[in-house]
Ligand binder design. Sequence first.
Ligand SMILES: [Zn+2]
Length: 160
Amino acid sequence: MDERLYAMWVQINRTCFDGQLEPLSAIGFEELSGPNGIGAHGKYVLQSKCIMIDKLFEFSEDDRLAGDDEALAKAEIACRLMVHEMIHQALYQHKKPNPGGHGNSFFDEAQRIANLTGDDAPTLETANRWPIHSHFMDAMGRIILNARSANESDDSSEKD
Ligand SMILES: [Zn+2]
């Protein structure tokens, strides 16, 4: 169990799901995107009761607490991916239709949470990514890229 992600899960369960979601067996970071990945940034697995978040967004808790831009951006994305996967968890738990998909039952749940949190509401077209909004992702992507290029320019080794 990753403590950073578990803390997010507990808080989201309390604030968005009335504490109703059943405890999971595992919550952690895993390589989900990239050549060996599944083409997604998060997954909920019913059989093994786990939620995995893309390792791409793994952040240092010390850096996050220190207010580091890159760590804050990654933590925010990880948190939003967690909300998305927890909607799937809720749909399975409550035996809603198409629990692993992004049809009406997912949309209704996303809408309910958007109303609670004040986040942008989903549309049927964007529900598969909600609450990762494109304008938000662009801003976060820039922060992460800037942090990377700053790190790279610190590195004096030759690159080809
Ligand atoms: Zn989904």
